[in-house]
Write a protein that binds this ligand. Sequence first.
Ligand code: C5P
Length: 312
Amino acid sequence: MTDEANPVAVRVRAPGKVNLQLAVGELQEDGYHELATAFQALSLIEEITATSAEGISLSVSGTVDVAGVPLDESNLAYRAALLLRERTGVTDGVHLNIHKGVPVAGGMGGGSADAAATLVACDALWATNLSSAELHTLAAELGADVPFSLHGGTAMGTGRGDELSPMLSQGRFDWVLVTNDEGLSTPRVYGELDAIRQRLRADLPVVPAQPHLGADLFHALRAGDPVRLADALHNDLQAAALSLRPELAVVIDLGVREGALAGIVSGSGPTVALLCADAESALEVHVSMTAAGYNSFRAHGPVAGARIVSAV
Ligand code: C5P
């Protein structure tokens, strides 16, 4: 019989994301950059099943290639379970099965979604009953993008990207995500951006601007207008990702030639996100990219944040 107060297995779904705008400020003393970003949660979903067990252990499956996913303490889901245990004094264990729907190391927040889903799942499994504010605090300690996966929808992120405020958005936006066999390390991409900026500054000293989002983005989202959103897409990390992987520019150009409204590197890459006019156009772009030999997925946004789908 199901005991709702003391479940033995909890299943949670959490979304990946695309950054609609990502403005990167200066490198801070803590090793992070000040950001202004707009996240949209996408229908590429990570599903975590947390089961009562001795100690903490992981297994991984998925609809994407999961070969590179670590099963030890370096996995963000493992660290999330450990952090929740440390902070609440719980001594119970958990087995976490991660079913991945977000491309691995693709700049789409899959690892962050695993961490967010694990916090929600273990909080229910261990009956620690943290408030959303407490979960948000733990999420931000695990990584800059983790709070957004808890939150979902559309949100502005400032600070490291973890200080969230919801943004108004109407309707649905359709995307094609083109993945890359080899992931890109986030710190490496930020480091490349710093190096590019250093070189530019040697020629022309500039006072760095405070990162901010453009008004065009707010208007496009409020209007639910993909054409205006396509014009508003911007990612400061794109120059760095293209410098490390020049071939990504070819993917963006091809996507637009095949009918996408615009293409952008997603977060720190290497996934390319192609915004399409509607679901029908996304299907055509997806078919063309597949025919050209690329691995691509369709998704739409915004969708909800981390949610329990069953607790038995
Ligand atoms: O917080 P998260 O683990 O996702 O960040 C990974 C790395 O990305 C950081 O160690 C840092 O090098 C870089 N980063 C940054 N500024 C941010 C977010 C991430 O420099 N606001």
